[in-house]
Structures are given as C-alpha cells and as structure tokens.
Design a protein around this ligand. Structure first.
Ligand SMILES: Nc1nc2c(ncn2[C@@H]2O[C@H](COP(=O)(O)OP(=O)(O)OP(=O)(O)O)[C@@H](O)[C@H]2O)c(=O)[nH]1
Length: 541
C-alpha cells in the first residue's frame, strides 16, 4: 500500500539491520580491548595480590603452611580418587564383568593394573604409575616374542642393526605399590632379564659409578653365574666415572674386582655444566677400547660357529645404550649412534641388537629395576623424617631410574639427597655453590629441623620458581634440583664399603675374577688383591 502523502516514514529498523549493527559494535569493542592489551601501559582492573612481604617475620612459616595445605589437599584428592577406583573395580568384579572391557567405557581407565591376576589386588597409587602401562605393553610384546619362531642365525647376521622383534618395554617398580604389585612386577622383570640372559654369552652389567651397589643386584649376578651350567660370563662396567673423584673410583674398582672383572668407563660426554673429575688415563678411548678388545679376545677364543652375543643389562639411565655407542663408534668410527640415548630414564623400550662384526653382536635392553634390590631399602638407610617406603621411593628417584613423570614425591627425594650430601664437606660445599646459598642453609634451625623446606624455598627464589603471589613452588624447585642431580651438576657419590659382604653361593669370587680375566685377556690390568690393597692404602695416606 502506498504511503499516504504527508505521513512520516517509519523509523523502525529491520531486525536484520539491527543485528548487523550489534555485531559490528561488538567486534569493534573486541578489537579495542585487544589493542589496549598490547599497550604496555595497560593494567588489569583486578587488584594484584602483593604476596607476603619479605620483611614479614613469619613469612617462611606461612609459606610452609600454604605448601602443607596444598599437599594435604592433593593427597586427599588422590585418596578419594583411589577409593572410587577400587569401589569401581570391586563392583565390576562382583558383576563378573572383565575390567579390561569395562574400563574402555569409563573416563579413568584401569589399564594400568599390572596383571590379569592382579585385578582384585589392592594397588595403591597404581593409577598414578605410568610405568604400569608400559609394563602391560611390555608383557604383551614379550609374550609375542616368546611365541615367535626362532630366526635363522645367518639371516640375523645379514642385518647390520635391527630390532629383535620384541618391545620389552622399560619396566620399573614403584615401591609405593603394594607387595603384591611388586611381586607381579617381578615376574615381568624376570621375563625381560631371562630373554637377555638366554640369548647372551657375555653379560655386561652396567653400574652407575656414583652408587654402584645401589644399581647392583646380587641376585642377578647369581642368576648369571648359575645359568647354563656356569657358561655365561659377566663383566661389571662402572660407568659415569667422570662424576666421581679418582680415590672413590679406585676404592670401588678394588671392591668390585673381588667379585667380578670390572672395567671403568666414561661411555658418554657429560651434560652441560656438569661438575666432572678428570681421570686422565681412563678416557672414553682408553676404556672402551680395552672393553672391545676383551670382548673380541673372548669371542675368538671360543671358536664358535655362530657369533658371540653380548647382553647389556642394568638399571634405567645407567648408560647402557651409551656403552653400545661407545663400542660401536670405536669400530665404525662413524658419528651416528647405534642406540638412542636420553637424559631421562626409559629411553630404550625394546631389545635392540647391534652387530659389531662377524663374531660379535651387542644386545641393548630396557632398564630394569630389580625389585629385590628396591625392596631391600637404600642400603639399610634411615632418616628421622622419612618412612622406609619414602626412603625406597626417594632412593629410586635419586638413582634417576624413574622418568620425571613418574616422580611422585620429589621433596622426600631432596630430603634424602641433603641428608647424604651434608655428611661430607666435599659434597656439601659444591651443592651450596651450585645455588649460591649461604652455609647456614643446610643447618637445621626449626623445631622440626626442616632443612629441606628452607633449602627448596631458597632454590625456588634463586631460580624464579614462584607461584601465584610470589609463593615459592617447592615441588618445581625440587624437580629442578633432581634434574641437576641426574645430569651431574650436583656432586655426590656413595663411598665403597671397606669390607666385602659374606659370600653367598658362588656369586662371584677371587677365583672367578682371575679365571675370567684370563679369558678376556684382562689380566695384568689390575694387580692381585694384595697389591691392590697396598695401592689403595698408599692412595689413602
Ligand atoms: N656424565 C656422564 N653421563 C653419561 C655417561 N654415560 C651415559 N651418560 C648419560 O646418561 C644418560 C642415560 O644414558 P643412556 O645410554 O640413555 O642410558 P640407558 O641405561 O640406556 O637408559 P635407559 O634407556 O633409560 O635404560 C644420558 O644422558 C647420557 O648422556 C658417562 O659416562 N658420563
């Protein structure tokens, strides 16, 4: 209908146009807000929490209380989660529903349960245990491997470097899990170790020079010497010697050579800024060449039709892959490495075979935490503020046998580390220097003697590991210190025992050392015991 003349036009805007205007206006405001944020003078309207003033006399105590509350909240949360998980597991067991099927539907999967048989076991903390998942996959693949038909030896020799078809994933035991879990994990460790033992003629047992007995299991040594009517040979490799001073190294060599032939090695270069020691004669070249020569002598003396296999075993992160790389680079003079190496534990996840020459094959294996040794406790060590369970876990953490994601209690590990390092001036001072801290830091002042909190608070401040409101993040500081420890930026070692243990059932002896040293043409590399003792005494004077 035509507008009547004289009647004013409607000012009503159509809905479409109105929306368009609203949208354009919102976009403009958004843009302005964004631009304003880029302006360095922009300040949030929310008032910033100024934190606790530095001069406030009870600041440390308040910070400690805050941390403690946070920790309790976290523990409470974990406990509730665990209870819910166990209730769910019990309910599914009642209904006779296989948990493995059910868990796929739920959010918090139970795939980390260690074994089918262990489904109904009490497995505290296993949901927080990433190693259990690795374990499950390791078991599955190990079973696959065991069912595989044996390959023709010649065919294997054709491959320069190949995986054995197994993925015996890096397995580890967290001592926080219950005894039954430990027992079931043990079976998996046995499987990995037994595969390596059955394939190998010689075993190189790699130990960390900073704590050789901590990374050593007498049970494993007994199994090796007893296997195949005593036909297997064992050489202990004391690796990472650059991280211990010469007298400590000598004392350990002297001690270990009472059990088995032992060679010192620096299989890899140290991490940046590591505090290393010079061993002059014992360079990468010196010792890896000696080892290679010894292995070759043994292989050629055996006159076997097949090649000799050398299995490399040891804790995670002791440098097993680095030992292989040191040996292969000696041979091929190539810069490319045969086995991947990493600062974190659990880099090697499969048995990996590397051919050295027609007579020698090397077998790299995933790191194995031998449960017997971890359940023994850290050499019977005690601490006034740590339970034996915490000491076990802390010990494993300090052996760098756990990947960072599996470290659940870094603060207890630092407590144990400080306890160990503060025993000697030779290790305490470098620690203080590392973080530019005053000597009073490691002296207990509070009623509860909480040296760890004081130390970590200062490290957090120095390293800028602060949370909201400038509160020092002790967990983060502790993880930082643990990484420094792992990479050798903090000096520390365990002294060799003066007496050797009472010998049990043929697990290494003076005779074995002499006989095997002859087979490997290692005799003369170190004197007989009396000479070595005399040398040790002279050195200590
Ligand atoms: N300072 C020093 N570091 C070393 C030495 N040998 C190895 N490393 C370091 O130790 C770390 C672990 O080395 P790897 O060879 O991956 O150890 P692995 O035993 O094969 O470890 P997994 O695969 O976890 O079982 C790496 O960061 C290496 O650089 C050594 O002689 N001295």
């Amino acid at each position: 209908m035509a507008n009547k003349p004289g009647k004013p036009k409607s000012k009503r805007t159509p809905v479409r146009l109105r929306h368009k205007i609203e949208k354009a206006s919102a976009a403009k405001q958004r843009k302005q807000r964004k631009l304003a944020k880029n302006n360095p003078e922009w300040r949030s309207r929310l008032k910033k929490d100024p934190g606790i003033p530095n001069l406030f006399p009870y600041k440390d105590r308040i910070l400690h209380e805050i941390e403690e509350k946070k920790r309790l909240r976290e523990e409470d949360f974990q406990r509730k989660r665990e209870e819910a998980r166990l209730t769910k597991a019990a309910a599914s067991a009642d209904r006779n529903v296989p948990i493995a099927e059910e868990e796929k539907e739920g959010e918090d999967a139970l795939s980390d349960l260690p074994d089918d048989e262990d489904m109904n076991e009490d497995t505290p903390n296993s949901s927080a245990n990433p190693m259990s998942a690795l374990l499950a996959s390791a078991r599955a693949r190990a079973a696959e491997y065991e069912n595989e038909p044996e390959e023709d030896d010649d065919e294997m020799e054709d491959d320069d470097e190949r995986q054995c078809g197994t993925d015996l994933a890096a397995v580890s035991s967290l001592p926080t899990s219950g005894p039954q879990t430990l027992e079931s994990s043990r079976r998996a460790f046995d499987k990995v170790f037994k595969s390596v033992l059955s394939i190998s003629d010689i075993l190189l047992y790699v130990l960390d020079a900073r704590d050789p007995n901590g990374t050593r299991s007498r049970e494993i040594e007994r199994e090796i010497t007893a296997a195949d009517a005593g036909s297997k040979r064992l050489i202990l490799i004391l690796n990472k010697i650059d991280l211990v001073p010469p007298p400590v190294l000598k004392a350990w060599l002297l001690y270990l050579r009472r059990y088995f032939p032992t060679l010192p090695l620096r299989a890899n270069t140290s991490a940046p800024n590591a505090r290393t020691f010079d061993h002059k004669a014992l360079t990468v070249k010196g010792t890896s060449e000696t080892l290679l020569r010894a292995l070759k002598s043994y292989a050629s003396s055996r006159q076997l039709k097949r090649s000799t296999t050398v299995g490399i075993v040891g804790y995670p992160n002791v440098g097993k892959s680095s030992v292989i790389n040191a040996l292969t680079s000696r041979l091929s003079r190539s810069s490319s490495t045969a086995c991947p190496v990493g600062a974190e534990a659990g880099v090697t996840t499969a048995l990996r075979q590397v051919k050295l020459d027609n007579k020698l094959k090397l077998l790299d294996s995933p790191g194995i935490v031998f449960p017997s040794s971890s359940s023994q406790g850290a050499n019977g060590e005690t601490h006034p503020h740590l339970s034996s369970k915490q000491i076990n876990q802390a010990n494993l953490t300090l052996l760098s046998a756990l990947p960072p994601s599996a470290i659940t209690d870094p603060i207890s590990a630092i407590t144990l580390l400080l306890h160990r390092l503060s025993r000697s001036e030779a290790t305490m001072q470098p620690l203080l220097d590392q973080y530019s801290l005053p000597p009073s830091t490691l002296v207990s002042t509070g009623a509860n003697g909480d040296v760890t909190t004081d130390f970590l608070t200062q490290v957090a401040r120095k390293r800028g590991r602060l949370g909201k409101g400038g509160v020092p993040n002790l967990q983060s500081a502790a993880m930082g210190v643990l990484m420094d420890w792992r990479d050798g930026r903090i000096r520390g070692w365990v002294e060799a025992p003066e007496e050797i243990e009472a010998r049990e059932g043929g697990a290494g002896s003076k005779e074995i050392v002499k006989e095997w040293a002859k087979e490997f043409k290692l005799e003369g590399l170190w004197g007989d015991d009396e000479a070595a003792v005399a040398e040790n005494e002279a050195m200590q004077e």
